[in-house]
Design a binder for this molecule. Structure first.
Ligand code: ADE
Ligand code: ZN
Length: 345
C-alpha cells in the first residue's frame, strides 16, 4: 500500500462513523466458531478453520444464508452471545465506529432450543460493557426471518416483549432479513403495523436481490424509516426521486454485494452513482466475518475501486451519523467532531 493510501485509511479511521447494518451472527469468525464448538461439544462438518473459511464462496444470498445459519449453531449460552458481540465491538473500536445499530435474529436460535432471554442477555451485556469501556453506544434491531411465516414473527415479538423494559436502553428497533426473493414486504404488513403501534423504529432489507418494488413496498406498506441495501432502487426512476426527496437512508454493504454477486465487481458497484445523485447512502459491513472485511475495509476498498475522494468519505460518514436512531443532540455533537477531523490532502 502506498503512503497516500495509508493516510487516507487513517483519515477515514478517524472519522466518527456509525454502523447501521451489521448482523451480529455475521461477525462470528471461523476461529470463534471452532472455539465455541469445542466449548459446547459440537462437531462441525469441517476439519479446521481453514477449510471452513475456504467454503465461503457464494453464488447468491441463499448459498450464504445456509452457511451462516449453520455457523450460528455453535451459539448456546449467554457467554457465547457475549463473546461474539464483544469481539465485534473490539473490531468496531479499531475501525473508528462510535455508534452501532446491531441486527440479531432470535428465530435462528429459538428454533434450536436456545431461549430468547439468553440471546438478549449475551448481546446486551456486551453492548453495555462496550458503552462503559470502549465509549461505543449501540441500539439493537430485533429482526424477523422473512423465510418464516408472519405468525412466527408475531410469536417472536410476543416472546420478546416481556424483555422490553429490561433492555429499553438498547432494543428500540425491528428489522426484516433472510431470503428476500419470494418473501415480499407485504407478507409482514400486520406484524410491522403492530410494532409501529408499540413505538419501535422500523427498518427492513429490500432491494438487495429483490426488485425495486420491494423497496417501495417496504416504505409504503411496512412504513420503514430506513432501507437495508436498496441498491436495486436504481431500476425505478420514480422511486429514486422519492428516495432523494425524502432523504431515505440506504444502508449499503459493498463487500457483501460483491460476495453475494449482486454486482460483478466493486468497480461496477452503484454506490458512487447513488451518492452523486444525492441519495442518502452510507457504508456498512453486513456480515463481515463472511464477506472479507469490517467497516473500515468496506470504506477503503470501495474508495479505491470507485475513486472516492476524502470529501466523499466524509459525506458517507456524516450520512451514517444522520441516519442513525441517535437523538438529534448526539448526532449534532458527532457531526461537529467529524467536521473537526483535519482534512486529508
Ligand atoms: N442475514 C444476514 N445477512 C443478510 C443479508 N445480506 N441479506 C438478508 N439477510 C441477511
Ligand atoms: Zn443484511
Amino acid at each position: 500500500m502506498s503512503d497516500s493510501a495509508l493516510s487516507l485509511r487513517e483519515f477515514t479511521r478517524q472519522l466518527p462513523k456509525a454502523e447501521l447494518h451489521v448482523h451480529i451472527e455475521g461477525t462470528l469468525e471461523p476461529e470463534l466458531i471452532f472455539k465455541l464448538a469445542q466449548r459446547n461439544q459440537i462437531t462441525l462438518p469441517y476439519p479446521d478453520q481453514a477449510s471452513l473459511h475456504a467454503a465461503y464462496q457464494f453464488d447468491n444470498l441463499q448459498s450464504f444464508l445456509d452457511l451462516y445459519y449453520a455457523g450460528a449453531g455453535v451459539l448456546i449460552t449467554e457467554q457465547d452471545f457475549f463473546d461474539m458481540t464483544w469481539a465485534y465491538f473490539l473490531r468496531a473500536k479499531a475501525d473508528g465506529i462510535i455508534h452501532t445499530e446491531i441486527m440479531f435474529d432470535p428465530q435462528t436460535h429459538t428454533a434450536r432450543g436456545v431461549s430468547i432471554e439468553t440471546v438478549f442477555a449475551g448481546i446486551a451485556g456486551a453492548a453495555r460493557q462496550a458503552k462503559a469501556e470502549l465509549g461505543i453506544s449501540s441500539y439493537l434491531i430485533m429482526s424477523f426471518l422473512r423465510h418464516l411465516s408472519e405468525a412466527e414473527a408475531f410469536a417472536t415479538l410476543d416472546a420478546a416483549l416481556p424483555l422490553r423494559e429490561r433492555y429499553a436502553d438498547l432494543w428500540i428497533a425491528i428489522g426484516l432479513d433472510s431470503s428476500e426473493l419470494g418473501n415480499p414486504p407485504e407478507k409482514f404488513q400486520a406484524v410491522y403495523a403492530r410494532c409501529r403501534e408499540l413505538g419501535f423504529r422500523l427498518v427492513a432489507h429490500a432491494g438487495e436481490e429483490g426488485p425495486a418494488s420491494y423497496v417501495r413496498d417496504a416504505l409504503q406498506l411496512l412504513k420503514v424509516e430506513r432501507i437495508d441495501h436498496g441498491v436495486r432502487s436504481e431500476d425505478d426512476p420514480a422511486l429514486m426521486q422519492y428516495l432523494i426527496d425524502h432523504s431515505i437512508p440506504l444502508t449499503v454493504c459493498p463487500l457483501s454485494n460483491i460476495k453475494l454477486k449482486v454486482f460483478d465487481s466493486l468497480d461496477d458497484h452503484n454506490l458512487k452513482n447513488l451518492l452523486d445523485r444525492g441519495l442518502n447512502v452510507c457504508i456498512n459491513s453486513d456480515d463481515p466475518a463472511y464477506f472479507g472485511g469490517y467497516l473500515l475495509d468496506n470504506y477503503m476498498q470501495t474508495a479505491q475501486a470507485l475513486n472516492l475522494t476524502a470529501s466523499h468519505l466524509r459525506i458517507l460518514a456524516a450520512n451514517s451519523l444522520r441516519s442513525s436512531f441517535l437523538p438529534e443532540q448526539y448526532q449534532q455533537a458527532w457531526l461537529q467532531a467529524l467536521d473537526n477531523v483535519p482534512a486529508h490532502d
